[in-house]
Design a protein around this ligand. Structure first.
Ligand SMILES: Cc1cc2nc3c(=O)[nH]c(=O)nc-3n(C[C@H](O)[C@H](O)[C@H](O)COP(=O)(O)OP(=O)(O)OC[C@H]3O[C@@H](n4cnc5c(N)ncnc54)[C@H](O)[C@@H]3O)c2cc1C
Length: 278
C-alpha cells in the first residue's frame, strides 16, 4: 500500500515550521527520521493533510553543554549518539542504549525527538531517559515549556504534546561519578522492539535511585525515588537489598495482571540492577 496524498512543506527554520503548524487547518504531521511515520503513512494508519519536514532544521541538530546538563537537539539521530558524534555526559550509558535500537539503517535516520514524540511504550528512549532524569523541551509560537520525560509520555502512543508544538530538545543531566547505571532490554533477537525494559540509575554515595520499567503497553513505570525497591534506603549493598516482591506489586498496580509477564519484567529489572552493581 502507498500513502494517501498529502501536502509537503520543508520550512527553512524553526520559526517558519512553528508558523506553518499554527496556521495548519487539517491534520498535520511532522517528519523527522520517518522511521515510524513512514510505515504508518504507507499502511494508511495516519492520513495527514500536511507533512512538515523538520529533518533539515539546524536548530534541532544543535547540542550544547549548559550548566549541569547536555541539551540535545530533537533531530539528533540514534546513530549520532551511538558513534559519539555528540558529547557524552552519561559515561557511555546513552551510547549503549542508542547502539541497541533497531538496525543501523534505522539508527542512521531515527531521531531522539521523533522516538519520544511517537511514544511507543517499547521504544528505548521512552524508558532510558526517565531513569537518567532527563527533561524534554517543547516549543510553540506561544513560547517554550520544559517537563520531565515521565510527565511527557502518558500512555501507548500518547503524550502531552499539543498540536502546534515541536519537541525542540532533550536535557540530560551530567551523571555523577558515583552513579551506577544498568540497562537491560529483552527482545527475541537484536534490533527488535523490546518485550521488557529496565533502566536503573543508582547512586549509593548520594543514597538515590531512579528506576524505569518499560515495554509494558502503557507509559513506563518510573520511580524517581526507588528506595522502596531496596528496603527503604539506598546504599552500596543495593543489589542484595533488591526486593522483587515490591517490584511485582508495583507492576500489578500498573495493571499487569498476567503473573508470567510480571515475572519477565522483574527478572529484567534484576538483571539491570546486577549490571549497575557489577
Ligand atoms: C524496523 C524498525 C525497528 C525499530 N526498532 C526500534 C527499537 O528497537 N527501539 C526503539 O526505540 N525504536 C525502534 N524503532 C523506531 C525508531 O527508533 C524511530 O527512530 C523512532 O520511533 C521515530 O523517530 P523518527 O525520527 O524516525 O520519527 P518520525 O518517524 O519522523 O516521526 C514519528 C512521530 O513523531 C512525530 N515527531 C517527530 N519528530 C518530532 C518533533 N521533534 N516534535 C514533535 N513531533 C515529532 C512525527 O510527527 C510522528 O508522529 C524501530 C523502527 C523500525 C522501522
Amino acid at each position: 500500500m502507498k500513502a494517501a496524498p498529502f501536502l509537503y512543506q520543508r520550512p527553512v527554520d524553526m520559526n517558519a515550521a512553528l508558523a506553518l503548524m499554527a496556521e495548519a487547518k487539517g491534520a498535520t504531521k511532522l517528519l523527522a527520521g520517518g522511521q515510524s511515520l513512514g510505515p504508518m503513512l504507507n499502511l494508511r494508519l495516519v492520513q495527514p493533510d500536511l507533512i512538515i519536514d523538520i529533518s533539515g532544521l539546524a536548530e534541532l541538530k544543535q547540542v550544547k553543554r549548559s550548566g549541569g546538563e547536555l541539551v540535545i537537539g530533537a533531530c539528533i539521530t540514534h546513530g549520532d549518539i551511538e558513534d559519539g558524534r555528540i558529547p557524552d555526559v552519561t559515561r557511555g550509558a546513552m551510547q549503549r542504549v542508542a547502539g541497541a535500537i533497531a538496525y543501523r539503517a534505522v539508527r542512521n535516520r531515527g531521531t531522539i525527538g521523533g522516538s519520544l514524540s511517537h511514544a511507543d511504550p517499547a521504544a528505548d528512549w521512552v524508558s532510558a531517559l526517565p531513569a537518567l532524569g532527563a527533561r524534554i523541551r517543547l516549543r510553540s509560537l506561544a513560547g517554550m515549556r520544559e517537563l520531565a520525560i515521565e510527565d511527557f509520555v502518558t500512555g501507548a502512543l500518547e503524550s502531552v504534546l499539543h498540536p502546534a508544538e515541536i519537541v525542540e530538545a532533550i536535557c540530560v543531566p551530567v551523571m555523577r561519578p558515583s552513579a551506577r547505571w544498568g540497562y537491560v532490554k529483552a527482545c527475541r533477537k537484536p534490533g527488535e522492539f523490546a518485550h521488557a525494559i529496565a533502566a536503573v540509575l543508582v547512586d549509593p554515595e548520594a543514597a538515590t535511585a531512579r528506576v524505569a520499567i518499560g515495554a509494558i503497553e502503557a507509559a513506563p513505570v518510573v520511580l524517581r525515588d526507588a528506595a522502596s525497591l531496596f528496603g527503604g534506603r539506598i546504599n552500596g549493598d543495593f543489589k542484595r537489598q533488591f526486593d522483587a516482591r515490591v517490584a511485582d506489586a508495583l507492576l500489578t498496580k500498573a495493571g499487569i495482571t498476567n503473573a508470567a509477564d510480571r515475572h519477565i519484567h522483574v527478572a529484567v529489572l534484576r538483571r539491570a540492577i546486577d549490571e549497575a552493581a557489577a
